[in-house]
Design a protein around this ligand. Structure first.
Ligand SMILES: C=C1C=NC(C(F)(F)F)=NC1=N
Length: 221
């Protein structure tokens, strides 16, 4: 389902990303807990050593998707376009190493299309090719992505805003309740989080603290 950018901005507020490799507990319980804490969007990112493949990945995706459906949280699939189409996900997120956004856009019709961008050229290209939002980062050092690019801090978000790039954007990389507010203060539309929620003793409590951090800051705009 394509979303107008105002709705996209709301969805990006607290964007939880997770796969089985990121969870100390049962992924379904982690997701239910995170939803109780107030996440606004979910991305299924089954990557890293020990991640599921094939049938197991499909079944986990379907179980997590049904939890999102019950709670009216859109379900985004990372990288795996075929899986997204097979389960009729609400959208996909692709990196620069994946197929070009223009090719993916043709495959997914008007589902949500998110693209990772690390510089102005990549951002403009993604916009031209029909992205609905950009993932910007890593904002802070991250332990999750082994091949993460250089830490950018808030500088690239500022550069996009100064270049009057107005597509919805979400920061990613090492984000916690303690460091989330400045990202919203730089007028990103939201923050995306893996470890701070998926490895928390209480994903619900962690999501709630993050939500407060981005919500309060957001109100100051
Ligand atoms: C590598 C990634 C970068 N950004 C995002 C998102 F936060 F969704 F934009 N998701 C990813 N999987």
């Amino acid at each position: 389902m394509a979303v107008k950018s105002a709705k996209m901005r709301e969805l990006l507020r607290l964007y939880f990303i997770m796969g089985s490799a990121n969870c100390s507990d049962n992924p379904e319980e982690v997701l239910r807990s995170a939803i109780k804490g107030g996440i606004t969007l979910f991305q299924f990112r089954e990557k890293g050593k020990g991640c599921f493949q094939g049938e197991e990945k499909l079944h986990l995706a379907k179980r997590l998707q049904s939890i999102c459906r019950e709670n009216h949280i859109p379900f985004i699939v990372n990288d795996d376009i075929e899986l997204a189409l097979e389960i009729d996900a609400d959208g996909v997120h692709i990196g620069q190493e994946d197929e070009p956004a223009s090719v993916v856009r043709k495959k997914i019709g008007n589902k949500i299309l998110g693209v990772s961008a690390h510089n102005l050229g990549e951002a403009k290209k993604a916009i031209d090719e029909g992205a609905d939002y950009l993932g910007i980062g890593p904002i802070y050092p991250t332990s999750t992505k082994e091949d993460a690019k250089a830490v950018q801090g808030l500088s690239f978000i500022r550069e996009l805003k100064n270049a009057n790039i107005n597509i919805p954007i979400v920061g990613i990389g090492g984000i916690t309740a303690e460091n989330a507010a400045p990202i919203i203060g730089t007028r990103a539309d939201g923050v995306s989080v893996i470890t701070a929620i998926s490895q928390a003793d209480s994903p619900e409590a962690s999501a709630r603290m993050l939500y407060k951090a981005v919500h309060i800051e957001g109100n100051k705009q």
